[in-house]
Design a binder for this molecule. Structure first.
Ligand code: GAL
Length: 379
């Protein structure tokens, strides 16, 4: 029941990429404040507001968790908001792998459904899990606003729920505690990823002012605006830039729904409308940044020379682009840490162990300095 070498190494790499003080600090991100630097990023998720546990503890917890019900008998129902999402594909593959290989859940006892970006469809899948007597659910909601209904139905059926990736309202997370409901959220604090994106631009020698006219003009390619990840990345990236004393002007802000083609279209239109004025393209995720890169290249612009481009997730292709100056930076959205924590907490619920209401896994900045190392580890 051990964490993979790869993940341990990734934690080390993120420590190496950051200051030693930050890594030794033992702090953690919380739902309310963005941590300035990741700590033990890839291996552990800290209960919000508590100190992070170390990797060994997490591994032990995973081992301990299987002492109750035999893991081979545990039935886990999973629904992902949409299989077509690049990042959530990596996440769900890791989740299944970890449940089977590390926890010992039988493959045939894991059901992973495609929510097809349709809340009604996902609701049916959840009701089927209830009817079929699943022991626990891991749910990546299509719409975070449906959480009260999902929680109510699962709770009435006595089935615990681990929400992932799309964070329910903070008040609801508190209500689970107050009402003794077996529900938790495992995710990453989107504020931190936005801040990291802004810092990556602010840390450039010219602070992102590609044309040197004293103002950083940018376009913002957003995910889906209902999602806090999209909201906070949009807000905090610019906040970090202005906090560094940079004057900014927003030229375009449009929703791209996390989708590469939409990222390409939005950027192409913005480039034809605003041309050389655009200094920076902020994308709420890497899939859209990959699309933006296609548009940037088609318009004859050169990343890191006359325009800057940042994303979030650290998809392999994006990190490769960071190593060879086709992207300025990205932010590692640690799906290893998130998937492992989600699985561990699901099993803890089944075995009647105490589970906190929120677990946050740190993001890691990815720039040219550490991109090659990060690539080695995620490939
Ligand atoms: C974000 C991720 C996006 C997309 C989204 C789905 O955390 O960065 O790429 O997967 O979740 O909710």
């Amino acid at each position: 029941m051990r964490l993979t070498k790869k993940v341990m190494a990734l934690a080390l790499a993120s420590c190496m990429a950051m200051s030693l003080a930050a890594c030794g600090g033992g702090g953690s991100s919380t739902p309310t404040t963005a941590a300035p630097a990741p700590t033990e990023a890839a291996t552990t998720a800290a209960p919000a507001g508590d100190d992070a546990t170390d990797a060994e503890t997490t591994a032990t917890e995973a081992a301990g968790a299987v002492e109750g019900k035999d893991p081979s008998e545990i039935k886990v129902g999973i629904s992902i908001y949409q299989f077509a999402d690049n990042f959530m594909t990596l996440y769900r593959e890791e989740l299944k792998k970890y449940l089977v290989e590390e926890i010992g859940v039988k493959e045939e006892n894991i059901s992973i459904m495609d929510g097809k970006n349709d809340q009604g469809e996902q609701m049916n899948q959840i009701r089927n899990f209830i009817t079929q007597g699943y022991d626990v659910m891991i749910i990546n909601l299509v719409q975070a606003s449906s959480e009260p209904t999902v929680t109510e139905e699962c709770n009435a059926a006595g089935i615990p729920v681990v929400y992932i990736n799309r964070e329910p309202e903070t008040e609801r997370e508190q209500a689970w505690v107050d009402e003794g409901i077996k529900a938790t959220y495992v995710g990453a604090d989107a504020r931190q990823s936005g801040t990291f994106q802004g810092e990556e631009i602010a840390e450039l020698e010219n602070k992102g002012d590609a044309d040197g006219d004293g103002v950083v003009r940018y376009i913002m390619v957003q995910g889906d605006p209902e999602n806090v990840d999209a909201q906070y990345r949009t807000e905090k990236s610019i906040e970090a830039l202005t906090a560094a004393g940079v004057e900014v002007e927003e030229l375009v802000k449009m929703r791209g729904d996390w989708d590469q083609t939409k990222g390409q279209e939005i950027t192409a239109n913005a480039l034809s409308q605003h041309g050389a004025k655009i200094d920076v393209v902020f994308c709420n995720n890497d899939a859209m940044a990959l699309g933006a890169l296609q548009a940037i290249e088609a318009a004859g612009r050169t990343v890191n020379k006359d325009i800057y481009l940042v994303g979030v997730d650290a998809l392999v292709e994006a990190v490769e682009h960071v190593t060879n100056d086709k992207m300025t930076g990205t932010v590692f959205n640690d799906y290893f840490g998130q998937a492992h924590t989600a699985a561990d907490k699901a099993i803890d619920f089944v075995n009647g162990k105490e589970v906190d209401n929120v677990y946050m896994v740190d993001y890691v900045k990815v720039t040219k300095e550490n991109a090659a190392e990060i690539l080695e580890l995620i490939k």
